[in-house]
Design a protein around this ligand. Structure first.
Ligand SMILES: Nc1ncnc2c1ncn2[C@@H]1O[C@H](COP(=O)(O)OP(=O)(O)OP(=O)(O)O)[C@@H](O)[C@H]1O
Length: 320
């Protein structure tokens, strides 16, 4: 078998069109179609941690629903873990895990422990493997003191840790995460991110991460796929994405004394706060030359350069 080198997710010209029937007058109904996913091509290698991003309505959820066997494609081919998601849906369920930040897959009124036990039976996870996984994830995610708490009494961050455990008890090869850090405080976000990085590194679990929190992407993903209007608008390195779509960088300058806005060709003062000034300059311009030009005319105590933040980069990409 040569399946070892094949991508774990392989989509070729994948499309999904929704058909809607709208009332148009008393008896008439009009059919309209929405091309949610159009000719999407994607290959994800085993062990990757992929950022899967795009503006609202871009087609992320629709494509993930196809990857997980919930929705059937209108056209194109798709294989996940060597299976055809719709045809092999049951088998596929044992190979994938899914976590939605917006809703739980746990049983609201049951203690965490019982939810895990139900999943154990649903997925028919072998006893020893279930026990080992439960122990591992409960320890890593510090769930021990919460095992007897009903899910409805958990905080959002605690519930998310429970959902992550639930999604991993059957050792999925691919984990899909939809907004796993939404609504979490800074500490909980850090816990979730660290856990995901370790899961990917240590277990080699392939992770597809959908999020509007670009900090998640910056901290976790080397490769990003940007979906726009149902198709892949960018697929590659995060750093290359930044280099291509960053409009400006920022030079932060500390002068010896407060003064008027610095006047130097090639940069614009965006803000002045006492002796500190923020100058924006084109991302591709030579920062050293700019610093020298300022130093020739002003007394400088310190300078630092900030890359365009990823929010700006993505905004530029979305707006073409
Ligand atoms: N069940 C449905 N019936 C009809 N149209 C749908 C349905 N689900 C999604 N759409 C439409 O398909 C397009 C893609 O939606 P999708 O939910 O896949 O986007 P998304 O990238 O996940 O967006 P978001 O970031 O807002 O979650 C949108 O135009 C949406 O309105």
């Amino acid at each position: 078998m040569n399946s070892v080198s094949r991508p774990i997710i392989e989509a070729e010209n994948l499309s999904k069109t929704y058909t809607l029937r709208k009332k148009a007058g008393r008896l008439k109904r009009e059919r309209t179609t929405v091309e949610a996913v159009r000719d999407l091509n994607l290959a994800v290698a085993e062990g990757e941690l992929l950022g899967y991003i795009g503006p609202n309505g871009a087609g992320k959820s629709t494509s993930i629903k196809m990857f997980t066997g919930i929705l059937s494609p209108s056209a194109g081919t798709l294989r996940v873990a060597g299976l055809e998601p719709i045809r092999d849906r049951k088998q596929l369920a044992r190979r994938i895990g899914v976590v939605f930040g917006q809703r739980t897959t746990l049983w609201w009124d049951l203690p965490l422990r019982d939810s895990f036990a139900l999943l154990h039976r649903m997925y028919a996870v072998p006893e020893a493997r279930f026990a080992a996984n439960l122990k591992r994830y409960v320890a890593l995610l510090e769930l021990e003191p919460l095992l007897d708490t009903p899910v409805r009494q958990l905080s959002l961050g605690q519930r998310m840790r429970g959902d992550l455990t639930a999604a991993l008890l059957h050792d999925p090869a691919v984990l899909y995460l939809d907004e796993p850090t939404i609504g979490l405080d800074v500490t909980s976000k850090a816990v979730v991110r660290e856990f995901l990085a370790e899961l990917n590194r240590e277990q080699g679990t392939t992770i597809v991460l959908t999020t509007h929190d670009l900090d998640d992407i910056e901290r976790l993903c080397r490769r990003v796929v940007v979906i726009d209007h149902g198709t892949v608008a960018y697929d590659g390195d995060l750093d290359a994405l930044r280099a291509r779509f960053a409009a400006d960088r920022t030079l932060v300058v500390d002068l010896a004394e407060p003064g008027p806005a610095i006047d130097v060709p090639g940069a614009t003062v965006a803000r002045v706060d006492g002796p500190r000034q923020w100058l924006t300059f084109p991302a591709e311009a030579n920062a050293a030359a700019l610093v020298s030009a300022i130093a020739a005319r002003y007394e400088l105590l310190d300078v630092s350069i900030r890359d365009a933040d990823i929010e700006e980069v993505i905004r530029n990409l979305y707006t073409g």
